[in-house]
Design a protein around this ligand. Structure first.
Ligand SMILES: *Cc1c(COP(=O)(O)O)cnc(C)c1O
Length: 381
């Protein structure tokens, strides 16, 4: 990740700064890994829906994974072909289902029997025949894989395994619906390949079982979740896509003609973006000192929301400045509006530029106007 400091100094902060070269290199690596293989990657738009970023990803030829009607619209506007878009989410409204059908998306990831019935009715009423992948909740044991958070029975996502037969039969019998696949998504920021392998083994069992009953699925969608290195963004600026795809392809027993679909979000965009912020005050406390930034939790919510940590750097401090210990915080009236405690940084002054690294995913897309602040600016360089 390269930052043009001079350029950044001339722009308004807080600023999301995206490195186009790194984004393209990341996309290039994905394309190399899947070349010649029956794999389609759908970019999870919710990770970063900045139109400039979306366009680079659309231009690279990826599909899109959307979780709201407005994401479908934004993806199409950015240049994603509708027939490469899949649409997931537990609470799609009638309007959103109709919008998806009208837009000609590839398929819906349907998350419940109730949604299936509504989609069936709307399809009949409006004269469409939407394709459906059933989102399965694989109930992967959190004690075995504690990093998994969305694939458990108590999570709201997906169709419970005990109800899957009913959903499969319903879809097959409906003249208004086309059954194309099964969909899974087990969680996010997964850096160990074991949970993906475990998921694929469960998928194999399921598809073998259906095959024995004469039911086949064209698409096996294993969702997203590949993690990135927040501690060492320069050492690991591109995630281990080779390890990821090798794990999936060597474990899954795909039939000829069957396609593996993935929905990667974070792994594609996290490292190519940073949040640049200007130091408003260096405030002395009794036994600590605070760097107060002009960026707050409304601009980058992950630390306040998940206790996440983004690597913090001062990009304008003088080269041989002594290192000091700081707490780095935003201006919002919440105690959780803190980006780092006991950070070792070069001597920092009012007006310096501080960078929060690896902020390209779930940064700008989660920003809000809390405290009636303006939304952060962005630049793609
Ligand atoms: C959020 C989400 C993704 C992307 O997750 P990442 O961890 O960013 O890769 C993929 N699929 C679905 C259904 C999601 O909700």
């Amino acid at each position: 990740m390269k930052i043009d400091v001079e350029l950044a100094e001339g722009l308004k902060t807080p600023l999301y700064y995206y490195d186009k070269a790194l984004l393209e290199a990341t996309l290039g690596e994905i394309k190399r890994c899947i070349a010649g293989k029956p794999v389609k990657v759908h970019y999870a738009v919710k990770a970063n829906c900045n139109p400039k970023v979306l366009k680079v990803i659309a231009d690279a030829g990826l599909g899109a994974d959307c979780v709201s009607g407005r994401e479908v619209t934004a993806a199409i506007k950015a240049g994603f072909s509708p027939d490469t878009i899949c649409y997931a989410g537990v609470g799609k409204t009638d309007r959103e289902l109709i919008l998806g059908m009208k837009s000609g998306i590839a398929y819906f990831n349907v998350e419940s029997l109730e949604e299936l019935e509504v989609l069936d009715q709307l399809a009949k009423e409006y004269g469409y025949k939407p394709s459906v992948a059933l989102r399965v909740n694989p109930n992967i044991d959190a004690h075995t894989h504690h990093y998994i958070t969305t694939g458990l029975e108590e999570n709201k996502f997906g169709i419970h395994l005990s109800m899957l037969d009913k959903a499969v039969e319903y879809t097959l019998q409906s003249p208004n619906l086309e059954l194309v696949g099964l969909h899974f998504h087990i969680g996010s920021q997964i850096t160990d390949m074991a949970p993906f392998k475990y998921l694929c083994e469960k998928v194999n069992e399921l598809i073998a079982n259906y095959k024995s009953r004469g039911i086949e699925f064209k698409v096996i969608n294993v969702g997203g979740g590949l993690g990135i290195d927040y501690d060492e963004p320069d050492k690991n600026s591109i995630p281990d896509f080779k390890g990821y795809f090798d794990t999936l392809l060597s474990t899954l027993k795909l039939e000829p003609g069957q396609e593996l679909h993935c929905e990667l979000g974070r792994a594609i965009v996290a490292q190519c973006g940073v949040l640049i912020s200007k130091v408003t005050y260096v405030k002395k406390g009794v036994d600590r000192q605070f760097i107060i930034l002009d960026a707050g939790m409304n601009d980058l919510m992950r630390p306040a929301l998940y206790g996440a940590h983004h690597k913090i750097e001062n990009i304008t401090a003088s080269e041989n400045a002594p290192v000091e210990k700081y707490d780095v915080a935003g201006p919002i009236c919440e105690s959780s509006d803190v980006f780092g405690k006991d950070e070792m940084l070069p001597l920092t002054r009012r007006g310096d530029l501080i960078v929060l690294r690896s902020a390209g995913a779930y940064g700008e897309s989660m920003a809000s106007t809390y405290n009636i602040r303006t939304l952060p600016e962005s630049v793609l360089v």
